[in-house]
Design a protein around this ligand. Structure first.
Ligand code: SF4
Length: 460
């Protein structure tokens, strides 16, 4: 290798064994202007909170959840608040500001209004939560009330997601939902009257007895109601075990279910919705920021509650799923971290690509700012191949998945950016992680509390 010299003929880099006249003292050596704000600004962070309770357990649901129970709920909330305090006291967490959050389940609004108020109050006062932070919460039509909606809005929750599934009465019966379409519509109107502007509803396709016409009807009702976001779910295969027992009409053929997705994607695009994550469609400005920002900007997430997933300090991990073990671990003063993976720098770059594509688009400049590399150069071969297959488009600003064709194949497209090491491993599902966990559940020791402690309960 030759010695390179500057125009002042001063050698700035010499290789061994010649002695370099420049004394190495600092690294890196290329300096740009910085100020106090840049050095001390707290970095953004998110939080995911899991509430594993439902007032009624749906037979088509694979998530780990428990029937709402007065004593179990109280014991769990004590543990959850302890976990929040434990995280909040760590210096690493104090270097960050919470800019977004998601409260999921289960059904978070299975908690009473005072319980929600107490939990959110504890969380917001424990962490450094930014004024106007973007928080979402999940609910069901039977678990939301004016009182709860008011508490959520007063605490700063701006986006609410409602499990509707279908607006067709027979289909609601077939999936065991206790609702009727009028009640579903009224719960959406109630949320709007209370002040929620960003309302998501979940709709299911592939339900027993569902047809393309009935699917179109549900979509039309959703669009007419003016919801800002619609998420699709495919009716779970294992629910079919009960289909024969309950003498239900068959589920639609897989090809019909696929057509239902494409039909809905096209219909919603025409109605002004944009696709995200392959199964979520939102009006511009109402996209679910929790996923979009935390994924594409690689914002760390604090996971709270059993089965919650997060990523902190270069680790992706999930919490202990067994509620008894979770409560015991937290009450012993430890974080209930169960399993996960260290993310190296190169995997962190791939992770932003995989999850950014899953969100539908990757911005070149933002990516360069976060990772210091140009992904368009780094993944040229993969990008060219996807462009040729008409699954993505690219310009100088980055890449965008083409809709609706690309949205349909979003998971396949994301996998183009997996490293070979992870190609053969299945996804971790928050739903059923028993495969990952071999330890036995811990029986719960609950202290029964007097009934009058429940004053303020506003549902059941
Ligand atoms: S679908 Fe929702 S409400 Fe039903 S059991 Fe699952 S988490 Fe609970």
């Amino acid at each position: 290798m030759s010695i390179t010299t500057t125009t002042t003929s001063m050698p700035f880099w010499k290789e061994y064994p010649e002695r370099d006249s420049e004394w190495v003292r600092q690294y890196p050596t290329k300096h740009v202007p910085v100020n106090e704000e840049e050095v001390f600004t707290r970095k953004p962070m998110g939080v995911y909170v899991h509430i594993p309770f439902c007032n009624r357990l749906c037979f088509s649901c694979p998530y780990i959840k428990h029937q709402t129970d007065r004593d179990l709920t109280r014991t769990y909330l004590d543990a959850l608040k302890t976990e929040i305090t434990n995280y909040a006291e760590r210096p690493y967490i104090q270097d960050h500001v919470i800019t977004l959050g998601y409260i999921g389940g289960g059904t978070p609004t299975a908690l009473t209004a005072p319980q929600l108020d107490d939990l959110l109050g504890h969380m917001f006062s424990s962490f450094n939560v930014e004024e106007g932070a973007d928080f979402s919460i999940e609910t069901t039509p039977v678990d939301i009330s004016e009182r709860k909606a008011t508490v959520l809005l007063e605490r700063g929750i701006r986006r609410i997601s409602l499990g509707v599934q279908t607006f067709v009465p027979e289909e609601l019966k077939n999936i065991g939902r206790p609702n009727d379409p009028e009640m579903l519509k009224e719960s959406i109107r109630l949320l709007r009257r209370c002040g929620f502007e960003n309302i998501n509803i979940d709709l299911m396709h592939g339900i027993n007895g569902q047809t393309m016409e009935s699917w179109e009807h549900s979509l039309d009702v959703a669009i007419d109601l003016g919801v800002t976001c619609i998420s699709f779910y495919t009716y779970m295969e294992f629910a079919q075990i009960s289909t024969k027992r309950r003498k239900l009409p068959p589920v639609p053929e897989k090809a019909v279910v696929d057509d239902m997705f494409l039909f809905a994607a096209e219909k919603l695009s025409k109605a002004g919705f944009l696709g995200y994550y392959g199964d979520c469609f939102a009006k511009p400005g109402h996209q679910p920021k929790y996923g979009e920002t935390s994924w594409s900007e690689d914002i760390p997430i604090i996971p709270l509650g059993p089965t919650a997933t997060g990523h902190l300090r270069d680790h992706w991990y999930f919490n202990e799923p067994d509620i008894g073990r979770y409560i015991q671990t937290v009450m012993e003063g430890r974080l209930p971290i169960s399993m996960g993976k260290h993310i190296t720098k190169s995997e962190s770059i791939r992770r932003s690509m995989v999850l950014g594509v899953k969100a539908g688009r990757v911005n070149r400049e933002r990516f360069r700012r976060i990772h210091g590399v140009d992904f368009m150069e780094m993944f040229r071969a993969e990008i060219d191949d996807l462009i040729e297959k008409e699954l993505i488009t690219a310009d100088e600003n980055g890449i965008e998945v083409t809709g609706p064709k690309g949205w349909y194949y979003l998971d396949n497209i994301s996998k183009a950016f997996y490293s070979p090491e992870f190609r053969r491993y299945p996804q971790h599902l928050g739903a059923d992680i028993s495969n990952f966990i071999s330890s036995r559940p811990i029986p719960l020791q609950l202290t029964t509390r007097p009934k009058d402690e429940e004053a303020g309960c506003d549902h059941h």
